[in-house]
Ligand binder design. Structure first.
Ligand code: GTP
Ligand code: SPV
Ligand code: MN
Length: 587
């Protein structure tokens, strides 16, 4: 096959001349192509068949043990000037980065097949969708891209019609962490990734394109590319509000997007609809509201912790036609991870399970599955115009200080709340786990340009005629002195979302505090939860001394971005700090 778009054909020819594959395969995205790839991977051992009685169409992939997560220290944004990448990114001069990468790609596909993957991020007919082409030598990447994006002939046709596409070049290389780089060239709409087969490093449509490159494009084109889930909450009257929520990696997006209401809510007629679980592209519509699409077509979700008790929706989604990466297996060859009933026999590295070696499933083990298999897949998930967003939610893993929920005063305050987000690090990226760090809007690893410019872009949406969503902050991860989570989380998070909707609809008065509006007693239904008084007090308490210190730390953080940090955010930080101070001196 080939392309009638000269720019695409020329680029494929250039890449082939550099990487020297034995064969070139243009992916059409068909079922038969997928089945052939699966058969081939079963033969090479890239895939292992799981129990087909219990899990039809399910396979296991074991990655190299040194290639199990995103590598932020090896991920670069290569803008012409270092300043444009910002202190939030690693930077390399484009010419140096190209030279470094092209040396790695030189001859790297000898004897292998080079796959050309045309893909579309977003519904194929959506004006908000964008296309790209990934070239890779990994059949595992092809199989995953087929599930995660609209891949193949229709995407290629759109690319040939539009004439533009993001170029992504990937090779698994030797999987040597010393020869591993994920490079982005936003000004050239180009990505080069070498030496990793792991999701976020290798499925280039996902974080590389749909967040790093797209956020850069969104800035100049007036839209937002965010690390957010999109969920529809339908009340007993049949009205649906859509909520977008940004939590850092492995901090609960998939779970909130697939939430099952508590029993009493279900009986009252509450329903939850999943639009997206990881990435959200949104832009103002003609009516001034923000409209959002999920650019992805599948879920690349965290396996550990997924169970009937926490996320039964996810569990039924992945009962068939799913690729599992780095999970354990049971004696009868079913996939297994911590949180599931049953016993692991073989760990994620293929060794006989021994607790002395750590968890049976890798903490960042994942499933790849089509979004359509989710029982709560939204009927509007493929809406070309997107869904209107009523509320934006920020949150992270904060064991102390941050209450269960609060609402920002207005858009500007909401942008500060998002910028100030902090969370404990997780296994989604290599490095220490459980370390509190700032992760503004959950985009620290994904904003493709200077955070100061990014916050300015967020502020720019506050314009006459705009009907912006309300902005909230949540914390499902508050811990007690015994180290246990104070809030039950998961399905019970609907109680908090309901309060947000009540606020949006003007039904809840709230309790105004210097840090924002918290629920008044009784506005969130807690009676049937068996939480003791002290727990409830902690979850809804505003600790003035703690918050004063937090605001000071936020101020220092804003300062670290220098002159590009909008003064409005500094002013806003000072407004909140002053409100805290005044509240402390007023009897
Ligand atoms: P990425 O795919 O990495 O972007 O992550 P994500 O934000 O989609 O995270 P996910 O929903 O997969 O959750 C990650 C982990 O957090 C899982 O182990 C969940 O079981 C756990 N988790 C999710 N929601 C909650 C919650 O409300 N409370 C508690 N305690 N844990 C949660
Ligand atoms: C994340 O790390 O936020 C993920 C998984 O969603 S990855 O696609 O690897 O980025
Ligand atoms: Mn993510």
């Amino acid at each position: 096959m080939s392309s009638k778009l000269a720019a695409l054909q020329r680029w494929v020819d250039e890449v082939a001349a550099l990487t020297r594959p034995a064969k070139i395969h243009w992916c059409d995205g068909s079922e038969s192509e997928y089945q052939q790839l699966v058969q081939q991977m079963l033969q090479t051992g890239d895939l292992i068949e799981l129990n087909q009685q219990t899990h039809p169409g399910c396979y296991l992939h074991r990655s190299s043990p040194s290639d199990v997560a995103r590598v932020e220290h090896l991920t670069f944004v290569c803008t012409k000037t270092e300043e444009d990448a910002g202190p939030n990114n690693h930077w390399m001069a484009p010419a140096d980065a190209h030279a470094k990468m092209d040396a790695l790609f030189d001859g790297c596909m000898e004897g292998r097949t080079m796959y050309v993957i045309p893909y579309c991020m977003g519904p194929i007919d959506s004006p908000l969708a964008r296309c790209g082409v990934e070239i890779t030598d990994s059949p595992y990447v092809v199989a995953n891209m087929r599930t995660m994006t609209r891949m193949g002939a229709a995407a290629q046709a759109r690319i040939e019609r539009e004439g533009t596409f993001v170029k992504g070049l990937h090779s698994t290389g030797e999987l040597d962490p010393e020869r591993r780089f994920i490079m982005h060239f936003p000004e050239e709409l180009t990505i080069k990734s070498y030496g990793s087969g792991y999701g976020g490093n290798a499925l280039l449509g996902k974080k590389c394109h749909a967040l790093r490159i797209a956020s850069y494009q969104a800035k100049s084109e007036g839209w937002l590319a965010e690390h957010m889930l999109i969920v529809g909450i339908e009340n007993p009257q049949g009205e649906t509000h859509y909520i977008a929520a940004a939590f850092p990696s492995a901090c609960g997006k998939t779970n909130l997007a697939m939430l099952i209401p508590p029993e009493a809510y279900r009986q009252d007629g509450w329903k939850v609809w999943t639009v997206g679980d990881d990435i959200c592209w949104m832009r103002p519509g003609a009516d001034g509201r923000l409209y959002a699409i999920n650019p992805e077509a599948g879920y690349f979700g965290v396996a550990p912790g997924t169970s009937d008790a926490t996320n039964p929706n996810a569990l039924s989604t992945i009962a068939r036609d799913t690729i599992f990466t780095n999970v354990a297996v049971t004696a009868d060859n079913q996939p297994w991870w911590e949180g599931l009933p049953g016993t692991p026999v073989t760990d994620w590295q293929g060794r006989p399970y021994d607790p002395a070696n750590g968890p049976a499933a890798h903490p960042n083990s994942r499933f790849t599955v089509s979004a359509k298999q989710c029982p709560t897949w939204s009927p509007r998930a493929e809406d070309a115009q997107g869904v209107p967003i009523s509320a934006i939610v920020f949150g992270g893993r904060r064991p102390s200080l941050i209450p269960l929920v609060f609402e920002a005063k207005d858009w500007k305050h909401g942008v500060l709340v998002g910028a100030a987000m902090g969370s404990e690090t997780t296994a989604a990226a290599t490095g220490a786990v459980g370390v509190l760090r700032r992760d503004s809007m959950a985009m620290k690893p994904f904003a493709g340009y200077h955070y100061g410019d990014y916050f300015r872009h967020w502020l720019s949406f506050d314009q006459p005629g705009a009907k912006l969503p309300k902005i909230f902050h949540v914390n499902w991860f508050r811990k007690g002195e015994d180290g246990r989570f104070l809030w039950p989380g998961f399905g019970d998070n609907l109680r908090v979302l309901q309060w947000m909707i009540d606020r949006v609809e003007g039904r809840a008065a709230g309790n105004h505090t210097p840090i924002g509006t918290l629920p008044k007693a009784g506005e969130i239904e807690l009676d049937d939860l068996q939480l003791d008084r002290a727990t409830i007090d902690t979850l809804f308490h505003v600790d003035h001394a703690g918050w004063t210190a937090e605001l000071a730390a936020i101020g220092e953080y804003l300062d670290s971005f220098g002159e590009r940090m909008p003064t409005e955010l500094h002013d806003e930080q000072q407004r909140v700090a002053k409100a805290l101070h005044d509240a402390a001196v007023t009897p």
